[in-house]
Design a protein. Sequence first.
Length: 281
Amino acid sequence: MTISKAVLITGCSTGIGRATAVQLAKSGSPVYATARRIESIADLAAQGCTVLALDVCDEASMRAAVAKVEEAHGAVGVLINNAGYGSEGPVEEVPMDEVRRQFDTNVFGLLRLTQLCLPGMRRQRWGKIVNLSSMGGRLTFPGGGVYHATKYAVEALSDALRFEVAGFGVDVIVVEPGAIRTEFGNTAIARVDALGGSAEYAAFREALKHNIKDAYDGRLGALADGPEAVAKAIERSLNARRPRTRYVVTAGARLMIGLRRWLPDRAFDAFLRTQFPVPGK
């Protein structure tokens, strides 16, 4: 039986997904780059990718994309669950519709697409599932509660899945980037502005926007990296005979994950008070 190593990547219109599609296509892999709006990725066809429309919040769309790859190759050999976004704001003020939308995109879509691809991987006794988490799946910043909750969920699902599918020859790999210079930061700031909210959280929201901008463009920007760094880490994980379970990307992510590992909760809270005003005080 010929083993399919066809790669299906979600969220390729910008940033990490786009960079990963280009990186893997250069290596000769059959790459299926996807996005909700196919016109946003049409140019990737000239770089060796097959482009497909795929909305991770739509069951029919996911089924159609997987069927297309299976029709050509027999199975999705490598699934890269990249689609996702961050919505920032005080937990009290994030509308439940936005909470559900973020979980639909970041968690439920990832889980369902994985379920759809796994039967083909099991049939051929080989597969790779790469889940894009974040350093935000290992630590939590104020103002990002909902986003962090989605990434903690991705980490938990990945840990369970890694054990459950190892016997079928399927590897599960988690990638944990820190700040990556994409539109992610601008999108997060725009969503804080869109929330509006009460006067009680006004100073906190302003500090939150400042810190997001600083992480990507300001004094902490030196600890950020471009999406190509994540793409290369993903490629390394796919080429490894025995891939690591987690790949941390950027100096900032390594620093913050290390800090959180060693600091007790109250000590980490004290550190955060140097970065954010405490609402209500």
